[in-house]
Design a protein around this ligand. Sequence first.
Ligand code: 4AD
Ligand code: MG
Length: 431
Amino acid sequence: MSHVEIGGLSGCVGETVTIQGWVTTTRSSGKVAFAVIRDGTGLLQCVLVKSQVAEEVWDRFQGLTQETSVAVTGEVRAEPRSPGGYELGLTGLEVIGESVDFPISPKEHGTAFLHEHRHLWLRSRRQVAIARVRHEVVQAIRDFLYERGFVCVDTPILTGAIGEEAGNLFSTEYFDLGSAYLAQTGQLYGEAAAAALGKIYCFGPTFRAEKSKTRRHLTEFWMVEPEVAWLDSDGNMELQEQFISYIVARALDRRAEELKELERDTSRLESVTAPFPRLSYTDAIAYLKSEGHDLEWGADIGGDEETVLASRYDRPVFVYNYPKAIKAFYMKENPDDPRTVLSNDCLAPEGYGEIIGGSQREDDYDRLLARIVDYGLDPDAYKWYLDLRKYGTFAHSGFGLGVERTVAWICGIPHIREAIAFPRQIHRLYP
Ligand code: 4AD
Ligand code: MG
């Protein structure tokens, strides 16, 4: 059946069309009735005048409830005061699917209730706006990398080696080969691909059995991980600041309407332009201590402390060269201070915390092997990874940007679980 989309009504003024969609709101004065229909491409106000339509159409209209699916027929009129700028003079109405007692009404619901009904909650205006911002962010990521000559390489989700840390692995029996782990990162495979293609990225879901129930953690999240041959840690941070600035500018440019729906203060995003400030880990600790925080050199910088550091700036900040002991085994030792590694985190402003983790990779075979052993990992599982240092080793760097944290920050929403359609958390597997 051919039908017109609400988003494509501009060419249809004066024509009689049929639109299929869902009823969002209705109101009636007894003589004139209104319904707002949405079809995923936009909102359309339908108007019907009792004296001008068949009695059964009027009666059927009176029975419409929230989220009933319908086909409405009528003449399209330009109406600047309507949402979307058009209005339908309704003459025909077909009910396709009833909707009795739709659970989510305009009244306030608790978060637990909304998440229990996530499959229906997705239809609400705020959730639609978030989904469209996420879509733009993902497209911006791909466009930025494509325009700069990066090749997309899809890395496996079932892996035989631990990518980040042993503490939060999901594992599963893998036939006769023992345990397989759900990927915490695609990076190690990305490094192999960078030796073939120079500049690559992988982009997919990653998994961490995070016991923490914070507003920044999911057990399944999407990460984009560029990996670049012949790039050092400084160049890596330059790439990151260009990348983030591009993504934010793109959202501001193309998703202004959605950000408005979300009541986002976009002036806070407009200042996100390269270069970003850079703070060494050592300076970050000194600053936190001077502000009365109780932590010593060597400690990890937690979420609250990240917020304190980031709140000093109007754009994201890099904290670089963390202590070796608190970072992953693959990061390159800092030749100027072997207690540290050539790493960086990128902290978003406004309390959103770490959105990127990146580093230059250890390219020395012996040092990398020693780190693998030190971390209690099985060198046999990393034989292929060590080969990259055995056959033409190369300086290389890369990073991982978490999509949900980035989307939550751009949308200004408090919790990252609304930044993905069906969030996975320690206590949630439904819907
Ligand atoms: O800092 P992480 O653990 O870095 C890596 O996985 C590297 N292999 C990346 C690389 O160098 N190729 O994670 C990178 C980003 C974090 O900054 C954060 O944005 C996101 O992934 N992230 C999470 N997002 C949601 N829930 C979680 N549990 C996350 N853990 C990390
Ligand atoms: Mg990290």
